[in-house]
Design a protein around this ligand. Sequence first.
Ligand code: PGA
Length: 245
Amino acid sequence: MTNKYMYFVANWKMFGVLNSLNSLKKVVKFLESFQKKKLVKIIYCPPTTLVHQMSKNLVKTKIKVGAQNCDENENYGAYTGSINSRMLKDAGANYVIIGHSENRQKGETNILINKKIKSALNSGLKVIFCIGETSQEKRKKMTLKILNKQMNLGLKKIKDKSNILVAYEPVWSIGTGVIPKSDDLFNTINFVKSKIKKIKVLYGGSVNSKNIHQLNSIKNIDGFLIGGASQDPNKFIDIIKKTYI
Ligand code: PGA
């Protein structure tokens, strides 16, 4: 149970077509009647194809929309297939996820991520900056070293971090059903907060309505980045409700 302002970020990944937007009606209705709604910040990050329509559908609500990635070039140009942060902002996005491990695994480097974050901030987007260690790095007890490197390089020369949220997502926890031990998670989030002053830190990786109580008992967490469970409005609502019970 918490009485804190919490973020609930839905990461739809590469799922969802126009029809999927109907499922949001349930979430909007829930939020309107939820007693603790003032403490709840919901951000939906659908595939880019749905950003514009979703933001139109949600314009009269408190729910915000984000994209899942952007190109590093802030200016328009001959980059076939790419979408930059200005275009996302124009389409109605307020946020963008950058540095997700699924993109790091495809070759996104810390340096590229740094460029993307700068371009997103310049375009007026807020950034959900993902960091996290792999299982091998965890086994070698390198977690803090890896996170430190990801933060140092990813946020290099970014003085104003007020529009950045960090999402700590251990790679071994994403989509596996396994979550970190509470003590470990508390200490890791503390570490992130000790490195970046006044930063909000979300946790992501297999968040569901069964483990939300355990996760929510960790006092320094400011919210959750939710993948699989965010595609079903009932599961997503359940997670939010249980955070406040
Ligand atoms: P998951 O994904 O909740 O399905 O583990 C989280 C994420 O990748 O952001």
